[in-house]
Each structure stands twice: as C-alpha cells, then as structure tokens.
Ligand binder design. Structure first.
Ligand code: ATP
Ligand code: MG
Length: 427
C-alpha cells in the first residue's frame, strides 16, 4: 500500500504512476486530471494489448467518446451504499472542515435517501434530480416505503414536511452537491444504456482490463463520479478477493493520481486498512502532506499515512514540520570531529564524536528532482533514484504511442469545435 508525496512537476506521474501501470500484471485503475501527454496517453496502447480499456471521461478532458456506462446506483441498493454515494457528492463539493455542518449533513442524508429510493427500484439517477427539484413530491417516500425502508422513508418525510425554509435550504444544498448530473452529457455516463457495454466492477477485479477515470481539477461535483467509481472498484475487488481465497491473483493496481483533487474518497484512510491483505494495491499520489490534511482532515491523513506500508517522499517538501519529522525518521549518525589546540606545551589534537542528523530538514526540502526517500516497513529509510518511463528502453515504443494518443485527443477536440461552429454554438 503506497502513499507518494511529491511537489508539482516532480515526476509523480512519469516516475511512479506510469511505470507501475506499464508493469502491472492484473487489472489497473487510474484516476487523473490530465489527458494529453500524461498517464492516460502513455499507457493506453500498452494496456489495450492485455485487456479491455474502459474510459470514464464525463467532463471530456480527453474528449473521449462515450463507449461505456457504469451504474452509479448499483451499490446504493442498501442504506450504507446509498449514504456512501451521497458522501462522495458532498466530499467533492466541500472541504473536510465544512463537510459536517448542519446543512451538509442534512443535505447528505436527504441525498442518500433519494439515491436509496431510486436504486431500490432500479430507477436512473436522473430521477433523483427531478425529486430534488420538487421537495414536496411524495414519490421517493412511497418508493422507500415500498422497498421496506420504513425508517428512511419516515426520516425523509420528516424533512419534507418540516419548516419550509429549512426544507428548502436542505434541498438547495443537496441540489448543489448533485449539480453535475444536470448536464445530460455527464449523467449519461452513469445511466443504464442498452446500446453500450456496461462497466462491471466485479468482473473487472478478475480481468486484465484498465479503467481510466478522468476529471478536471476543481471539477466540482463531477469528480464525485470519479471517486464513486474508484471506491466501487476497490470495494468490489476486496469482496472478490475474499470470495476467492483471500487475495486477488494477479493483484489489482489502483493508482489514485492527484487523489486530493479528483478522487476524494472520504473514507480512503479506512479503506486502506482493508485493501492491504487482499491483493488490491492502492497508490495514492499527493502533492503535499497538507493537501492530504485538507482532504481527509489531520487525523484522516495521519491514518492514511500510517496505513501505507510504502511511503515515497520526493522533492519540494515545503512543510517544515513534515520535513523535520522525516529527518528524525532517517535518523542520526556519529561524525568524528578533530579539534587542534595550541598551548605552551605545544599542539594537542583531540578527537571527539558528535551526533548529527543524516539528512537535515533543509536537505530533505532540497532533494533534487528524481530522488525520493523510501520509507518501507521493516527497513531503514532509503534514498532512491526514480526511473521515469521515458528513460527506459521501452520508451521507444511507449513514447510514439503516447504522441499518437495525444494527437487523437487534439483531433477530437478540433472536430468538436468545428461541429459547434457549424451549429453556430461557439463563441
Ligand atoms: N516524455 C518526457 N520526456 C522528457 N521529460 C519528461 C517527459 N515527461 C515528463 N518529463 C519531465 O518530467 C517532469 C515531471 O513530469 P510529471 O508529469 O511526471 O510530473 P508530476 O509530478 O506528475 O507533475 P504534475 O504535478 O503536474 O502532475 C516534467 O517537468 C518534465 O520535465
Ligand atoms: Mg502528474
């Protein structure tokens, strides 16, 4: 279980994510906020040789045509799953600090109840939008009662028939959280479609397929779809592993590149402790320890960091406390100092030992690009040179493939803008 913390442009994707994907023996999941010349274009051809490629690109950052759909409500058929899905929409929209105030909590509960109502009757997620628009409607309460979720139905009824201002406030907050689904082009990716293949997390766990989850930075609630899909895949993989003797073989690799930006799974720290022994390998890539704290809170980030059996720390650690903590973990060594003193009797030399940090905090801060510290359970801290994919012999093949895939993205973008010109839609 890997956590990597490295500054922007320091080789996270080229030195960690891409080499890991290119050498993965089993299924691979990648979250990313970049399409051109990044992990997606660099690995897509190589991965297409071993399995099916699934690309979930709701915000069209790779302008990828919609060739799949995923049932976002599949896990929401029980209350816990519905709540978790609602949680993804909340976490994608607000910071950890505001995620637990009254409106967020109430909106999250309401959203969870509506997801449960839709999922338990196999209704599409777009129905939830219609219910959100009309708080006074009875349909979701009836559906919940019908499905035997009496307590949830009563709770929703309580919200609906409460003070109008409170109710409207809760619903407005919930609408903001789910706002990405208002865009039919976004909602289509997670709505059943008979003409397209369905991405199935359980089948994926035992395949050699690749799932690319692409989303914009600050993409608002649309990144909830990415987080929900990554969460669903990792949970399905754990269940499949438990059913088949405890471990997935070959293991599933889940690279959460830019995790704090595009894949904010709020209980990732807890999830980490389940994945370890199941052959599901998470690689969470962050730009700083702070970024993790903003996303999961201080305690959450500490839990994630300590659950990781492999920690990789690269250049650009600006956080003084974190650098000092690392420096202490690297440890001390004895250095010999010789001092010479002159007195009437002549010169005398004394040798003494002094304890010094092997790597003081300022040296950690100044780690050059390409060098990382490896903190793995049971060994002393090691310093490594990353081997980015473009310095490997395989770059002769991978490089041109990435260039081709990048060109295809540009062409798709161009074709779209020409299409819009024809319709008189572009500015
Ligand atoms: N194909 C390549 N050939 C040569 N150098 C490259 C190539 N790809 C990346 N680099 C170098 O590696 C550096 C790091 O790139 P990379 O995208 O891996 O960093 P990153 O840490 O993932 O950045 P970000 O925070 O923007 O995602 C780049 O600044 C660039 O100098
Ligand atoms: Mg990157």
């Amino acid at each position: 279980m890997i956590v990597a913390i490295m500054a922007p442009r320091s080789g996270k994707t080229s030195g960690l994510a891409i080499p890991a994907i290119l050498s993965a023996p089993g299924p691979v999941l990648l979250t990313s906020n970049k399409a051109a010349n990044d992990a997606f274009t660099t690995t897509v051809d190589a991965r297409a040789e071993v399995g099916t490629i699934w690309t979930l690109d709701p915000q069209q950052i790779a302008h990828h045509p919609r060739e799949m759909w995923w049932d976002i409500l599949a896990d929401a058929r029980d209350l816990a799953g519905a709540k978790r899905l609602a949680g993804h929409f909340v976490t994608a929209s607000v910071d950890e600090s505001t995620g637990s105030d009254f409106w967020s909590t109430a909106a999250s509960n309401t959203l969870g109840a509506l997801f449960l109502a839709a999922a338990s009757h196999r209704r599409p997620i777009t129905d939830v939008l219609a219910w959100l628009a009309m708080p006074a409607g009875r349909t979701p309460v009836d559906l919940l009662t019908d499905a035997g979720h009496h307590a949830v139905a009563a709770q929703l009824q309580g919200t609906v028939s409460g003070a109008t201002e409170t109710r409207d406030g809760i619903y407005e907050t919930a609408r903001q959280y789910a706002s990405c689904l208002l865009d039919p082009d976004v909602a289509a990716w997670v709505t059943p479609n008979d003409d397209l293949p369905e991405f199935q997390p359980f089948a994926f766990a035992t395949s050699r397929d690749t799932l690319y989850l692409l989303s914009k930075d600050g993409g608002g609630s649309a990144s909830a779809i990415i987080a929900a899909a990554a969460d669903a895949v990792m949970r399905a993989a754990v269940i499949v592993a438990e059913r088949s003797g405890g471990r997935l073989d070959p293991p599933a690799l889940c690279v959460l590149d830019e995790a704090a930006n595009v894949c904010r799974i709020s209980d990732l720290p807890d999830l980490y402790s389940h994945l370890g022994s199941r052959g599901v390998i998470p690689m969470t890539i962050l730009q700083s320890y702070r970024q993790g704290q903003r996303c999961w809170g201080e305690a959450g980030m500490d839990a994630l960091y300590s659950a990781a059996t492999i920690k990789i720390i690269g250049s650009g650690i600006d956080d003084a406390d974190f650098a000092d903590r690392l420096s202490r973990q690297v440890g001390d060594h004895d250095v010999q100092t010789t001092s010479v003193s002159t007195s009437e009797g002549g010169k005398s030399t004394s040798v003494s030992m002094r304890t010094e940090r092997i790597l003081p905090p300022d040296a950690i801060r100044a780690l050059p690009k390409g060098k990382v510290l490896l903190l793995a359970t049971g060994i002393r801290v090691a310093m490594l040179n990353l081997k980015p994919w473009y310095k490997e012999p395989s770059a002769k093949v991978v490089g041109p493939a990435s260039a081709r895939a990048t060109k295809a993205i540009t062409e798709r973008a161009l074709a779209k803008s020409i299409g819009q010109d024809d319709l008189g839609l572009s500015a």
